[in-house]
Design a binder for this molecule. Structure first.
Ligand code: ZN
Length: 251
């Protein structure tokens, strides 16, 4: 059974979230999904969807592109909900030039996760090295960490593997230009990778440009099975176990 470890159902991007929720509830290949918040509003929405839909779990946090005027205090109260399995997505994004502010939010949120014994979901857009620097100089996730939609670089991969941190593969590995991602996919240890759609963003081939949804995770599984020369069932089983090991509240 498949777990989509990172996806978004929220009003920012979808007109009819219920349609996408129903599609997941009715899909017998999907065991569960982690619906990831981007700010306090979408984190709240994610918790309320998880409360009424057994397949849905929630990750809450403030994404680096949405940090303006966000109340970190409210994360504490929300995180005690039984279906909140992680803090995220949090991280750094080089497309905005407020990295100093972004770093403050990242550090504070890792501290919250450590205090609450939760893993973190990291968003890194061309910031792998700066984030590792923060881990080493300021605060390191104590209860697990995944770099979602991993931007491949072998030095970062080595650091993550050495620390028992995870990487997650999304639609990028289905693209023709994904040579480096495929290299990473072929060498990452079996116990340290997850799969995700990051839907409604980054649709895999052959659906690029369309609204992405969880059922498209099959293309990602297919590609990983080709690269790692194993069966798709094996990819499903490995990533299912890895996801539950990292996100302990899913068990
Ligand atoms: Zn995301």
């Amino acid at each position: 059974m498949i777990i989509d470890s990172h996806m978004h159902i929220n009003r920012i991007v979808l007109d009819n979230p219920q349609k996408y929720i129903n599609a997941i509830n009715n899909n017998t290949n999907i065991e569960s999904v982690i619906n990831v918040g981007l700010d306090i509003n979408t984190s709240n929405e994610s918790i309320s969807i998880a409360s009424s839909n057994p397949k849905f779990f929630s990750s809450i946090g403030i994404h680096p592109l949405y940090i303006a005027d966000q109340q970190l205090d409210s994360l504490y109260n929300l995180a005690s909900h039984p279906k909140v399995v992680a803090i995220g997505e949090i991280g750094l994004d080089s497309t905005k030039n407020n990295l100093t502010e972004q770093k403050k939010y990242l550090i504070s949120q890792i501290m919250i996760a450590n205090e609450l014994h939760l893993p973190v979901i990291i968003h890194s857009n061309n910031c792998n090295k700066i984030i590792i620097d923060i881990f080493e100089k300021y605060v390191k996730p104590k209860y697990g960490c995944v770099f979602h939609c991993f931007q491949p670089d072998l030095e970062t991969l080595k650091y993550l593997v050495d620390n028992g941190f995870y990487i997650s593969f999304a639609g990028r590995i289905t693209y023709k230009t994904a040579k480096k991602s495929l290299e990473v996919a072929s060498i990452v240890p079996s116990n340290l990778f997850l799969i995700e759609t990051d839907s409604p963003y980054i649709s895999p081939e052959p659906l690029r440009g369309e609204i992405n949804e969880t059922s498209n995770i099959k293309y990602i599984i297919q590609r990983l099975a080709e690269v790692r020369q194993c069966s798709t069932t094996e990819i499903e089983q490995i990533t299912n176990a890895n996801t539950k090991r990292l996100f302990k509240k899913m068990k």
